[in-house]
Design a protein around this ligand. Structure first.
Ligand code: PLP
Length: 290
């Protein structure tokens, strides 16, 4: 089993929330593990358990050069004494960026494929080639989203239900796997708000409903700031100010976009008066500009 530390819940005591008559809390799940942080811990939990139970010695997964999932998977494999292989989209660039050099230090074997090839990653012929080259492995999809990932996040959401009272849960969305698990694990009376970090994320609605039949959620598509991994000056300014005013750091890909979105909703009077808003800090701080 991976190490795990229960993370604190803090309150953001800011004038903007006072004026909106809401209390805003942050579940600081980025503190749950030094390397396998935030939602990635929960997404990996049952996948790694399945891999170990089925006696696989190797984990293989996919990601871009800045992927938090690659980073977390490499660390988790090292912790459990498993071999790991990362299929990385695009060409190798040296020196390796901090994400990939960390993955390599953890012992992950990095295998670069062209963008065209990467697009075929779910096809049988591509997977067969990887099997021929690497032998047996346990496969975790890109971003780590599958049934077992949703199961892990659901377990987290069930414990959060017990730990605190709140009316809304806000979180950032990439593949939607985390959001699906959150929706499944929380009371149905709670509203789940997902801030989509990529452009053209309309498919996510369907993606989420593969894993849950519940409908108590909204996806917000206006907070991608130009697309996945993109940012704007106004987002950077917001993040700098937020970090000055609060004891919480944000990452540019996911959590800062969500946080700005929550501020917007509060300002617009979206949240019911006297309600409690829980923000899930999903981690990703390894990808912060240093
Ligand atoms: C991976 C990641 C997400 C997105 O999770 P999905 O399950 O793919 O939607 C959100 N926040 C952080 C910090 C992440 O690393």
């Amino acid at each position: 089993m991976l190490q795990y530390k229960n993370s604190p819940i803090i309150e953001l005591k800011l004038r903007i929330f006072e004026e909106a008559n809401v209390r805003v809390l942050v579940k600081c799940e980025y503190l749950n593990h030094p390397f396998i942080s935030g939602n990635k811990w929960w997404k990996l939990k049952y996948n790694l358990e399945a891999a170990t139970k089925r006696d696989h010695k190797t984990i293989l997964t996919f990601g871009g050069a800045y992927s938090n999932h690659i980073y977390a998977t490499a660390a988790a494999a090292r912790e459990l004494g498993l071999k790991s292989i990362g299929i990385i989209r695009g060409e190798e660039t040296l020196p390796l960026n901090p994400t990939l050099s960390f993955a390599k230090e953890c012992g992950m074997e990095l295998h670069y494929v062209s963008r065209e090839m990467y697009r075929t990653k779910n096809e049988e012929s591509f997977l067969q080639k990887l099997k021929d080259q690497y032998g047996d492995f346990y496969l975790i999809p890109e971003g780590g989203t599958n049934e077992l990932a949703v199961k892990g996040v659901k377990e987290f959401a069930q414990s959060l239900n017990q730990e605190a009272e709140f009316d809304y849960l806000c979180l950032p969305v990439g593949t939607g796997g985390t959001m699906a698990g959150i929706i499944e694990g929380l009371d149905k009376s709670k509203q789940v708000l997902g801030f989509v970090s990529l452009k053209g994320g309309q498919f996510l609605e369907h993606e989420i409903q593969i894993y849950t039949r519940r409908k108590n959620f909204n996806l917000l598509h206006d907070y991608h700031f130009g697309g996945y991994g993109k940012m704007t000056q106004s987002l950077t300014d917001f993040t700098n100010q937020f970090e000055k005013d609060n004891s919480v750091q944000l990452d540019p890909v996911y959590t800062s976009k969500m946080m700005l979105g929550v501020f917007d909703l509060a300002r617009d009077g979206f949240f019911k008066k006297d309600s409690i808003v829980m923000i899930l800090h999903t981690g990703g701080l390894q990808g912060r500009p240093q």
